[in-house]
Ligand binder design. Structure first.
Ligand SMILES: [Zn+2]
Ligand SMILES: [Zn+2]
Length: 103
């Protein structure tokens, strides 16, 4: 038995959560689940240039981003899941087309 909790595979935070023998913290586990769900959804085509949009996770919601024009698509209701500050932050992330830092 290790004295310290193992580090989360994705963000390095110490956690005692495990999934498939990989240590993973709560928020990463939640995000992974979102990514897996998103992978099963159909990809959208960009309404502007028809490129296949790429799924990204921002603030626990799935967004589709066009690699061509950096446009962002939200599935119906996704923005509604966010409230207050998070919503404002997510909107600014999307409107400024920041490149997400994915570990
Ligand atoms: Zn983590
Ligand atoms: Zn586009």
């Amino acid at each position: 038995m290790a004295i310290f909790a193992p580090k989360c595979d994705r963000c390095g935070q110490r956690t005692r959560n495990e999934e498939d023998v990989q240590p993973i913290c709560d928020s990463c586990a939640q995000e992974m689940r979102l990514i897996l769900d998103a992978a099963e959804e159909n990809t959208h085509s960009c309404p502007l240039d028809g490129s296949a949009m790429k799924k990204e996770i921002a603030h626990m919601i799935v967004i589709d981003r066009c690699p061509q024009c950096k446009g962002v698509w939200l599935d119906g209701g996704e923005l509604d899941k966010l409230t207050g500050d998070l919503r404002a932050e997510a909107i600014s992330v999307m409107t400024h087309s920041l490149s997400m830092t994915m570990p």
